[in-house]
Design a binder for this molecule. Structure first.
Ligand code: 6CS
Ligand code: FE
Length: 298
């Protein structure tokens, strides 16, 4: 007799049709008044908007070391040859390097920095592990953007992340102008889960990390979301940061300016929300994209 362990999928996606359901999880998981680096009013605005900007997470004196490390990584032939490097479809320049917290001691230290991991623990109300880290280089002169999506929709469908108890921080390593393809988020969109239509192809990540297809919302859904929530563009100098909820609808445009828009993204997941089997994909993605080492960041 085969016992099939039925599991509840709170956030169905990648079926025949697009389906929208209300968020079933808290946004801020720590109890009100929990001590941490984020002041209560900022935690409230994160809960309401799904994001929180910090003008100088890293001081101007700290930024050059991260910029030097980013340049070292993207000019290292071994990194370019590594499967964790994704190149731009046209220019073949490096678009992203995943697992930077394992490749680089400089970025590993950034993950453990209390200003970073301390905020993640406070939002998620528990110890945390790194589900994914990457640098997005977006070098300019036509570097392509990232179409609208919810990260959680992908992490739930393809990496098996059960609940919305993860948070991303995007830290600018170069100036994020209003012209060079900055991050755009629809404020408040994190409170609705949009299950996308269309099955996940096997090995989807080989394409999706260059140009996402499965997990892409319809024009109708995006029109309704934008009408309800608006769109906010995030700008800031190198060292500024944007924390955003795993389910915030976000994207970024192409960068045709000469000014690179390079950021480091770190995704923290609660150790209470460790990934299981994919909810809507035939196979797991590689561990450098969806971590399977749930060791808490110390
Ligand atoms: O598929 C993913 O996990 C990645 N894709 C995007 C566009 N954002 C989240 C994440 O880095
Ligand atoms: Fe994303």
């Amino acid at each position: 007799m085969t016992v099939t362990t039925e599991r509840t999928d709170l956030y169905p996606s990648r079926g025949r049709t697009e389906v929208s359901v209300p968020r079933k999880d808290p946004v801020v998981w720590s109890a009100p008044g929990t001590a941490g680096p984020i002041a209560a009013p900022d935690l409230d605005s994160f809960e309401r908007d799904g994001f929180l900007s910090i003008a100088d997470l890293l001081g101007p004196d700290e930024v050059p070391a991260y910029q030097a490390e980013l340049n070292r990584l993207i000019s290292d032939p071994a990194i370019r040859a590594d499967e964790r490097s994704i190149v731009e479809p046209q220019s073949k320049e490096i678009r992203s390097v995943f697992e930077v917290h394992r490749i680089s001691e400089v970025f590993a230290r950034l993950v453990r920095d209390e200003r970073v991991v301390g905020r993640a623990r406070q939002i998620l109300g528990s110890d945390v592990y790194v589900h994914q880290s990457r640098i997005n280089v977006k070098p300019g002169f036509g570097a392509s953007g990232f179409y609208w999506h919810s990260d959680f929709e992908t992490w739930h469908a393809e990496d098996g992340m059960p609940n919305m108890r993860a948070v991303s921080v995007s830290i600018a390593l170069t100036e994020n102008h209003d012209t060079n393809g900055g991050l755009m988020i629809m404020p408040g969109s994190h409170k609705t889960f949009l299950g996308c239509a269309g099955e996940t192809p096997r090995d989807n990540y080989k394409k999706s990390l260059q140009m996402q297809d499965a997990g892409t919302p319809s024009d109708e859904a995006l029109t309704a979301f934008a009408a309800e929530h608006g769109i906010k563009l995030f700008t800031g100098r190198a060292g500024s940061a944007t924390w955003f909820d795993c389910n915030a609808m976000h994207g970024s445009g192409d960068n045709i300016t000469p000014f690179p828009r390079s950021n480091v993204f770190i995704v923290f997941n609660s150790v209470e929300n460790a990934s299981v089997e994919p909810f809507a994909a035939p196979v797991r993605r590689p561990e450098f994209i969806g971590a399977r080492d749930f060791t808490p960041v110390r």
